[in-house]
Ligand binder design. Structure first.
Ligand SMILES: O=C(O)CCC(=O)C(=O)O
Ligand SMILES: [Fe+2]
Length: 354
């Protein structure tokens, strides 16, 4: 018998090697990357799936009160049922979106040696690599990532920020500024859609609300039916802003798995658990996952927007009443609690329930 057969290396050892490298070496996925049985049937979708709502943010900030009201109503309805939407009219130009996708692609296309300059340890969060070692029995994602704290600025660790491609840092700084503006716009719109004081969510996030950027690289896989680019999870954030490229793969669970269409100038905005808490359960934090495929690699640029970890957050008082009693208590540092459960393959939201 081949000695290597059935041999599963410890996650720690596997995680020190990049999935991209395994693909270049022509390696087939082995456990713990293999996390499901042949799912090729399940992964194909009927055309009858309900469409994910598209919201034109420019209408909300326009001077036409009727159009703005209508769009706010669409936003509220999208977040109460789906917990996510495709945002157009967000004010970030198409060429700029192309640029951030391009520097992301260029970063991952570099030799391992160059990317390795920004490598994280298998226990750390920030830097180039994969998630820290999960709990026993949990699978590993078929992807590589670069994670960077981008706001507040004093949380930045420049040793993890790529120097190549040359424009990477500058483009990311620009993107951070644009994301700050966008989170103000979206947080106000969400408050208005619920007839709340428009700064109420921004006040909960605080001036030091954090932005973390995660650049995801999903290589192709010879057996996409056996692995996941990213295992099913809900985000622990306030909310998350996702820039996809032109390769589909992201799916949200709404009765069944629904693929998020790739729209080149849209940003996909998804509620995290903390918005579900702040809205007393009105907005939903959806479970989502990423599939890989055998033909085309996929990249995404994800920005996690979370409340200042020093601040306590909780349901807006106006959303608590007789018909809708308080569902959640106040919480602090929810992101850390969430992460611990995530590593066990579980959701954390129940810990905030009253
Ligand atoms: O790659 C994507 O489209 C989504 C990634 C995601 O859900 C995450 O990073 O939490
Ligand atoms: Fe996510």
């Amino acid at each position: 018998m081949d000695m290597a057969e059935g041999l599963v290396l410890p996650a720690e050892v596997l995680l020190s090697k990049r999935v991209q490298q395994m693909v270049i070496n022509g390696e087939e996925p082995q456990p713990p990357y293999v996390c499901r049985e042949d799912c090729s049937n399940e992964d194909s979708f009927p055309d009858t799936a309900p469409p994910i709502p598209v919201i034109d943010l420019s209408l909300i900030s326009s001077q036409q009160p009727c159009a703005a009201r209508e769009e706010l109503e669409k936003l509220r309805s999208a977040l109460c049922s789906w917990g996510c939407f495709q945002a157009t009219g967000h004010g970030i130009s198409k060429p700029f979106l192309a640029k951030i996708r391009e520097v992301t692609r260029e970063f991952f296309e570099q030799p391992m040696e160059e990317k390795g300059k920004h490598a994280k340890g298998v226990k750390e969060f920030e830097g180039y690599g994969a998630d820290p070692v999960p709990y026993e029995g949990q699978s590993l994602d078929w992807s590589d990532r670069l994670v960077l704290n981008v706001y507040p600025e004093d949380r930045r660790k420049l040793k993890f920020w790529p120097e190549n491609p040359k424009s990477f840092r500058e483009v990311l700084e620009d993107y951070t500024t644009k994301m700050r503006t966008l989170t103000e716009l979206v947080s106000r719109a969400m408050a208005e859609s619920l007839n709340l004081e428009k700064n109420c969510f921004l006040n909960q996030f605080g001036e030091q609300g954090t932005l973390v950027a995660r650049f995801n690289y999903y290589p192709t896989c010879q057996r996409p039916d056996l692995v996941l680019g990213l295992k099913p999870h809900a985000d622990g954030t306030g909310y998350t802003i996702i820039l996809q490229d032109n390769v589909p793969g992201l799916q949200v669970l709404k009765d069944k798995w629904i693929t998020v269409p790739t729209i080149s100038d849209a940003l996909f905005i998804l509620m995290g658990d903390q918005m579900e808490i702040m809205t007393n359960g009105m907005f939903k934090s959806p479970v989502h996952r990423v599939l890989t495929n055998s033909e085309e690699e996929r990249i995404s640029v994800v920005v996690f927007y979370s409340p200042d970890p020093n601040k306590e957050i909780g349901p807006e008082e106006e959303l608590i009443n007789k018909e809708r009693p308080r569902l959640f208590r106040k919480v602090k540092d929810y992101s850390d609690i969430h992460w611990d459960y995530y590593q066990q393959g579980k959701r954390a939201l129940h810990v905030a329930k009253v």
